[in-house]
Design a protein around this ligand. Structure first.
Ligand SMILES: [Zn+2]
Ligand SMILES: [Zn+2]
Length: 255
């Protein structure tokens, strides 16, 4: 058994967007406030953070507990998914934290945060280390199995993850190879991106996300990475098929 907490359900700008006065950005429904996409997963034996965007600090301040993070799964190096890694500093008091991603992302993180990966480190820096993983090659965080899978973010190959056999987490997906669909069979929970109704060159829109979700056929599917163009939570939720939901910040899913 486990629990997944949606820390952020928004696209790269977050919702509300700065300066926007549209009905979604001015909505008083808290489910229409969307921090940058990230989730925290508790399995039987591990606490796993998926992506660590620029809202991580705020997301942790509103969390009910402060506890050890056993590993961070990074999908790709875009700022909205890694901008909060420096704020892992307080978590270093429990143990050094492994950051898992593909070779391309690891190289970008090393270049972007050089002060974390030099021999003589400044006191107080985040105690993180980089672990390269590859699509199709399963590994473990404690005893929890993690399978990275290939996702295409436009032309950029990034990673999705199947965790503990039961949860799939896919963000910033435009397309996915056949193999990845195979690797996502028989899930209890699927979290997958759905940007807005209109098409986008590097992200699925809502109808593409519905098609992918239908094909994967998880028991429950939750959409994330929505922009303000996706509409009001209360309206959209009614239009979705059974077992497909718009996630919102703070949502907790038991599986
Ligand atoms: Zn993104
Ligand atoms: Zn807006």
């Amino acid at each position: 058994m486990g629990r997944l907490r949606i820390l952020g359900s928004g696209t790269s700008t977050g919702v509300p967007e700065i300066g926007c006065t549209c009905p979604v950005c001015t909505s008083t429904d808290p489910r229409d406030n969307r921090l940058r996409a990230s989730s925290l997963l508790h399995t039987d034996d591990a606490v796993i953070l998926i992506d660590c965007g620029p809202d991580f600090r705020e997301q942790m301040l509103s969390a009910s507990s402060f506890e050890k993070i056993d590993g961070v799964l990074v999908t790709h190096e875009h700022y909205d998914h890694v901008g909060g890694l420096d704020d892992l500093r307080p978590f270093g008091r429990f143990a050094d934290i492994p950051i898992y991603s593909n070779a391309y992302t690891i190289a970008h993180l090393r270049a972007r945060m050089p002060y974390c990966f030099v021999d003589k480190v400044y006191p107080g820096i985040p105690r993180i280390y980089l672990q390269e993983v590859e699509a199709g090659q399963a590994f473990h965080i404690n005893r929890t199995e993690v399978l990275p899978l290939r996702v295409m973010h436009g032309r950029l190959p990034i990673l999705g993850y199947r965790i503990g056999g039961r949860v799939g987490y896919i963000t910033d997906m435009h397309t996915m190879p056949e193999e990845s669909y195979e690797q996502l069979k028989d899930l209890d929970v699927l979290v997958i991106n759905a940007l807005r109704p209109e098409p986008h060159p590097t992200h699925q829109n809502i109808s593409e996300a519905l098609k992918a979700a239908g094909r994967i056929g998880a028991k429950e599917t939750y959409f994330i990475h929505m922009s303000h163009h996706a509409g009001l939570h209360a309206d959209i939720e009614k239009q979705l098929p059974p077992h497909v939901h718009f996630a919102y910040d703070g949502l907790e899913i038991d599986f």
